[in-house]
Design a protein around this ligand. Structure first.
Ligand SMILES: NC(=O)c1ccc[n+]([C@@H]2O[C@H](COP(=O)([O-])OP(=O)(O)OC[C@H]3O[C@@H](n4cnc5c(N)ncnc54)[C@H](OP(=O)(O)O)[C@@H]3O)[C@@H](O)[C@H]2O)c1
Length: 289
């Protein structure tokens, strides 16, 4: 049973492939990437597959039983929904049996936020997959702990105050490592077939997350809520974000706006997917030290 991971050169793809190598023989694991030389995982077959080239994707998915389709980057440009649909159609044409789509946790409270357009792409892709005729799993990933930890560390090094517009909202967090573990098991078992599963460990406010990170990593940081507008302005002072435009600053602030509204306060099915509970968040943080 050959299993392919698309967008395999990214963080989630890399970790998922490593976990798949522990579960099935290496020659049954296939990395699909638009530039296979960027795939870091050793000892597996690598194939060329760009989301913007349906014909290339069809060829890349020949003789594959199960595909883990990692969602296209939010800020990568291009029509993400069209790309996702094209990959699903390519998988069907190639004779793939089961496709797992990595979506993001959330609920309808996302409506009206700056993140809503991106949330809709995930939702529309989910629906397209469910109606595709393929066997399917929607893996709704929690928010990457790895990314928010980077910001908290940055705050530690620049004044000790972590500011954003999430307020008191609670959010389901998970490390990319834990996600890769769960996704690999979802690919090789049937426990989640025909289901949308939320993958995260614990719900935390920003203040709680900062406290956990401070304790586990010996940081000295406190959390300070600011308004949505102030956070967009804060992001625009970061020249890397400013270079990508105000829409990116709004999209990133939109994630925290969703937190504030309770969009990411959902129920986790991590244990069903992974076969064990998620590691405590403090342990996940320590593993990222
Ligand atoms: N849950 C969360 O908190 C969260 C946070 C951030 C992102 N995400 C979502 O999760 C996805 C995976 O995250 P990640 O951390 O692995 O992202 P990442 O490290 O930025 O990797 C993105 C991957 O997408 C690939 N890619 C970009 N355009 C492509 C195209 N046209 N065709 C095929 N592959 C393409 C990149 O390939 P190259 O190496 O060729 O550039 C890379 O492998 C993201 O794309 C995003 O949709 C979720």
């Amino acid at each position: 049973m050959r299993i392919a991971v698309t967008a395999a050169s990214g963080r989630l793809g890399t970790v998922t492939l490593e976990h798949l190598k522990h579960r099935v023989p290496h020659d049954n694991v296939v990395a699909v990437a638009r530039n296979p030389s960027r795939v870091a995982v050793k000892g597996i077959e690598k194939r060329v597959g760009d989301y913007q080239s349906p014909e290339q994707m069809r060829a890349a998915l020949e003789e594959i039983d199960t595909v883990i389709m990692i969602s296209a980057p939010v800020a990568g440009g291009g029509d993400r929904l069209a790309m996702h649909r094209d990959v699903i159609n390519a998988a069907k044409k190639a004779g793939v049996r089961k496709l797992i789509y990595t979506s993001v946790i959330g609920n309808e409270l996302a409506e009206g936020t700056y993140f809503e357009p991106f949330y809709r792409v995930n939702n529309d892709t989910e629906r397209f997959l469910m109606e595709s005729g393929l066997e399917w799993v929607v893996a709704r990933n929690g928010l990457y702990l790895d990314l928010d930890l980077l910001h908290i560390r940055h705050a530690h090094e620049h004044g000790g105050v972590y500011r954003n517009n999430a307020g008191e909202g609670r959010c389901g967090y998970i490390s990319i490592e834990e996600l890769g573990f769960a996704l690999a098991r979802v690919a090789v078992t049937e426990h989640c077939d025909g289901m949308a599963v939320n993958l995260f460990g614990e719900l935390h406010t920003q203040a709680e997350l900062v406290a956990l990170a401070s304790e586990a990593l010996g940081l000295n940081v406190r959390y300070e809520p600011i308004s949505l507008e102030a956070n967009v302005a804060r992001f625009m002072q970061d020249e890397r974000i400013a270079a990508r435009g105000e829409d990116v600053a709004k999209m990133l602030s939109g994630c925290f706006q969703c937190m504030e509204k309770g969009v990411y306060e959902v129920t986790s099915q991590f244990e069903r997917a992974a076969g064990r509970p998620a590691r405590p968040l403090s342990e996940q943080i320590a593993n990222l030290a």
